[in-house]
Design a protein around this ligand. Sequence first.
Ligand SMILES: [Zn+2]
Ligand SMILES: [Zn+2]
Length: 229
Amino acid sequence: MGWKYLFSQTVLQRGRQYQNRGAVRNLVKNGDVYKARVWGRALYSVAIRIHEDGYVQSMTCNCPFAHDGNNCKHMAAVLFEIGKNNADAINGEKNRVYPFRSPENRNEDYYYFDLGRMTSRLVFYDSKVKEARKMVEDGKITLQKVDIRYTHDYRLDGLIGTAEGLVEQNGRTVKAEVVFGKGEIYYARCMVQGCYNIFDASKYSPGLDGLCVHETALLFFAGRVSEAE
Ligand SMILES: [Zn+2]
Ligand SMILES: [Zn+2]
């Protein structure tokens, strides 16, 4: 199944043991979110959002291990439990794509913002990338401005860019933005109704699908800008 790469081998095994011994309780599905309680050292609450295409979009658990930014055994146990009766529900790995590549043999200073490197920690899926591309082509999202400046924040690296886009929704426009640095996407925020996605690199669990379709679309503009310069 397509979600196991989200966990280390050890965590995966513990999750399997938990699920086998019936530690997963009260599994309920509400829309695309699964919620359950898992008995470990204490009773933990797990919530997992699974996209209709079958990939894991986000996971939370209130255990200390997950609090430190890891994907924990309680999450794995819940995924095993979901998969028990409905293996196809979570099998999105085959649709994973790599839409942003680093330019080959290019001068690093010239291509300061390398989208391939910036997005290397993120996961993208075919359906969302296609939808994002179509939004750009159809003019459903437009680039408002790209602002590049020096940051004096010692945690960040040199230049920092903000791409601001406008998304058409019910006859009005709403904002989405992506903040990026040389090697990383730091932050993204989408104000589209029903989306309200916030991506924060410092809280991101590796392997998850962090950006919404609008934020992904903004990256296509960023790619164009860096190619044009
Ligand atoms: Zn946990
Ligand atoms: Zn969005």
